[in-house]
Ligand binder design. Structure first.
Ligand SMILES: [Zn+2]
Ligand SMILES: [Zn+2]
Length: 365
């Protein structure tokens, strides 16, 4: 249900890098890759569609599905595909997408199929993956603003490949029209073009499932990141009764030793004990001990195993260790289940955003 934003390295890059688009940019559409390096793609549209060769300007008209591949004899790539009837959507391998399509040869072979789509139409295609469509509307609106801002800040991440954003967890999971829901679409429309700005640029609106009671400072989670006022650690009392507040997982001593070795930390088995205190994990082994930040330990063992850096307890159990803690996700920015809890208590989306991103300004793009 949630976009699992666990690829910390990627996000610290985002945190440090500036955005392509300043809010005053006359940005009309984004280029979102639907398929990358695909051998071919079937394109169709009820009511017909036009395929325009971008180099020659030649336009071909089609009434039936056409297969597009680098070997096509019918037209030369790159092409731009548009629906001929307003309100009818193009399909790629039978799935519907809003906007136009750009199809170009990929440098590593095959084609990239790229959706040339308006910002809010893009947000409609990602929002149901970020939050439950049945959540209170104010929580959905705060997620719409966070996701929209995050998209703007991420523009140009794939510029060298000929598009802005991919449609996987690396950017945000985008499912086109098929993944849309009326309720999340309404949250997008109700916050039309609203984003969060900090010092005139789109803010780094990170989010995650559940904070376990307190969000975290970026520097405590990602190496080489820096703290910004709107991402400072805050106490959150609104996610306590949510499904992802507590977690527990057992990991074998061998798996822990293997993870340490993969991270080039030399340990001599056997692992004797593991303790946690003040955001650190202390591991005692055969001939010594090693101390790691909990967030680093989490990244080493796997973000779905150690679900958060809030590790409360470690117990020995047979040949392994039982870890238990609070929260799910990296912990920086908006606690999504907290936003839901705040909305249930009557907070509006502007208030929710102000709480999780203090000092960032809500404005129309
Ligand atoms: Zn990406
Ligand atoms: Zn929370």
């Amino acid at each position: 249900m949630f976009l699992r934003r666990f690829l910390g390295v990627v996000f610290l890059l985002l945190l440090c890098s500036g955005a392509r688009a300043a809010p005053a940019d006359p940005l009309k559409t984004l280029l979102v890759a639907i398929l990358t390096n695909a051998p071919s793609a079937w394109v169709d549209c009820e009511g017909g569609f036009d395929v325009k060769e971008l180099q020659s300007g030649k336009v071909l008209r089609f009434k039936e599905a056409v297969k597009i591949s680098p070997e096509s004899q019918v037209f030369r790539l790159p092409v731009r595909v548009t629906s001929r009837v307003k309100g009818r959507f193009l399909t790629v391998n039978t799935l519907r997408y809003r906007g136009a399509l750009i199809i170009r040869k990929a440098s590593k072979g095959g084609v990239h199929v790229i959706d040339d789509i308006e910002l809010d139409d893009y947000v409609k295609g990602i929002l149901p993956r970020e939050a439950g469509a049945g959540w209170p509307s104010e929580a959905l609106k705060s997620q719409a603003v966070a996701s929209r801002t995050f998209a703007l800040r991420s523009l140009g991440r794939h510029a060298s490949e000929g598009y802005d954003l991919c449609s996987t967890v690396h950017c945000q999971v985008f499912g086109g029209l098929e993944s849309e829901d009326e309720r999340t679409n309404r949250a997008v429309a109700d916050t039309h073009n609203e984003i969060l700005l900090y010092k005139g640029n789109p803010a780094g609106t990170f989010f995650f499932s559940n904070c376990g009671g307190r969000t975290l400072d970026p520097v405590d989670v990602w190496e080489r990141s820096e703290n910004v006022p709107y991402l400072r650690s805050i106490r959150c009392d609104f996610c306590r009764s949510a499904p992802h507040h507590f977690w527990e997982n057992t990991v074998s001593a061998e798996d822990i030793a293997a993870a340490l070795i993969r991270a080039r930390i030399v340990v001599v088995p056997p692992l004797k004990s593991i303790r946690v205190s003040a955001g650190n994990v202390l591991i005692r082994y055969g001939t010594g001990q090693v101390k790691l930040r909990a967030a680093r330990f989490r990244a080493m063992l796997g973000a779905n195993i150690i679900r958060s850096a809030h590790i409360d307890k470690v117990k020995r159990s047979g040949g392994g260790f039982v870890f238990s803690g609070r929260g799910w996700g990296h912990g920086v920015g908006m606690c999504q289940e907290g936003a839901k809890g705040k909305a249930e208590k009557g907070a509006g989306y502007a208030k929710i955003l102000k709480f999780y991103y203090p000092g960032a300004k809500l404005e129309k793009f």
